[in-house]
Design a binder for this molecule. Structure first.
Ligand SMILES: Cc1cc2nc3c(=O)[nH]c(=O)nc-3n(C[C@H](O)[C@H](O)[C@H](O)COP(=O)(O)OP(=O)(O)OC[C@H]3O[C@@H](n4cnc5c(N)ncnc54)[C@H](O)[C@@H]3O)c2cc1C
Length: 362
């Protein structure tokens, strides 16, 4: 059955336009399914000034630039992108069976499958003036930014097991690590306390009052952190550090739909990235993982393939081939006319969206 493009009715709707959601949508679109992405602006990718560890992509590229290229790619293949926050996702029944209705601030659409790619929020430290140095001295991701701070003077802000663990791990990169408790009682156990004693980590108990910028840095760029001022009146220069106050998963929509969450609030998925609600999937940081762009992309691709296998009509089973009553089974092809027209158009084009400059070294 052909779908009417004037009707906001999709086979796949993805909530969240970060690396995970955009990759799922690119896959499902290129695999012939009418797909839309809803993005409300923000997210962890938008806080990435310089993307690291991404194969073949320069550090000069930001998370927002990467996403902008991906949106171009999605639209080029025939997918739709709505800059609109989804406010609710519910189940309803129509002729084709159980489906999803997504209500956003400016649009309502229906979908056969829904994919949550809504990410999480890093809990910020409560230190005056520190947040403005996000990505420039205030970091949240050791895998991404330990290298950036290598051999410098580094802080880890926090009082939990994971803060202690990150402080000890930073000893792989520098011999100058302070663990800043900011006036709080440590929550780690005896074994961690003993381990910390054995590592070259300075423990600073006093409160952290405010942050100041590096006055020697290039003034044409967004300022880099210079250091921190403490409640006891001292100051200490830092190249940068990590805030370890945990995460808040953007899982409310999925929870309201009835999807199970894990104990710490992530969306629970099986190995196919499907949630406990049939036809609803979740990918990227909003599920458990290593919280990396590359892993979010891989996760998104994996889910795109799974959703395609769930939705595709061909190959038919022998039983379906023999079912003469349902002749529509023999009508090929499965993809909508609009998408097939786009497939024909794209293959005649010589240039395509996305990062494409050759390496200057070759
Ligand atoms: C400062 C910083 C630097 C980082 N640096 C790196 C790095 O160098 N290399 C690396 O590999 N990783 C890095 N990361 C981690 C990386 O950014 C994340 O792992 C990645 O962005 C996860 O992708 P995602 O698509 O799952 O989630 P996100 O990127 O968080 O995207 C989720 C999207 O969902 C949207 N959304 C949420 N709710 C709704 C709703 N109701 N309706 C519509 N849209 C919604 C949000 O607006 C957001 O755009 C960094 C993270 C941070 C915070």
């Amino acid at each position: 059955m052909e779908r009417d493009r004037s009707n906001p009715d999709y086979e796949v709707v993805v909530v969240g336009g970060g690396p995970a959601g955009l990759t799922t949508a690119i896959y499902t679109t290129r695999l012939g399914h009418e797909t839309a992405v809803f993005e409300k602006e923000g997210g962890r990718h938008a806080a990435v000034d310089h993307v690291h560890n991404l194969l073949g992509v320069s550090e000069n590229v930001s998370g927002q630039e990467l996403a902008a290229h991906a949106v171009d790619q999605l639209e080029h293949y025939g997918g739709d992108f709505y800059l609109d926050a989804v406010e609710s996702v519910s189940r309803f029944e129509d002729d084709s069976g159980p489906r999803f209705r997504l209500e956003a601030s400016h649009a309502t659409v229906d979908a056969d499958r829904v994919v949550f790619a809504t990410g999480f929020r890093d809990r910020s430290p409560e230190v005056a003036d520190l947040e403005r140095f996000t990505g420039r001295g205030l970091h949240y991701c050791l895998h991404c930014d330990a290298y950036t701070l290598g051999d410098g003077s580094v802080f880890v802000l926090g009082h939990t097991e994971s803060a202690a663990h990150v402080a000890m791990t930073m000893c792989n990169f520098t011999d100058d690590v302070d663990l800043l408790l900011d006036g709080r009682e440590p929550e780690w156990g005896d074994e961690t306390a003993e381990l910390l004693e054995a590592h070259p980590v300075d423990r600073i108990e006093t409160t952290v009052v405010s942050a100041y910028e590096d006055s020697a840095a290039d003034s044409s760029e967004r300022p880099w952190l210079g250091g921190l001022s403490f409640g006891d009146g001292t100051e200490r220069d830092y190249l940068g550090g990590f805030a370890m106050y945990g995460t808040a998963y953007n899982a409310d929509l999925a929870a309201e739909l009835g999807c199970d969450l894990t104990d710490d609030g992530a969306i629970d998925v099986d190995e196919r990235r499907e949630t406990s609600v049939d036809g609803a999937y979740a990918v990227g940081d909003v599920t458990h993982g290593q919280n990396q762009t590359t892993i979010a992309i891989g996760d998104g691709a994996y889910a795109g393939l799974v959703v395609h296998k769930d939705l595709r009509r061909f190959p038919l089973s022998l039983e379906e081939c023999r079912d003469e009553e349902d002749a529509t089974h023999n009508d090929a092809p499965g993809a909508s006319a609009t998408l097939r027209a786009q497939m024909r158009r794209v293959r005649t084009l010589e240039t395509h969206p996305g990062l494409r400059d050759p390496s200057p070294g070759r």
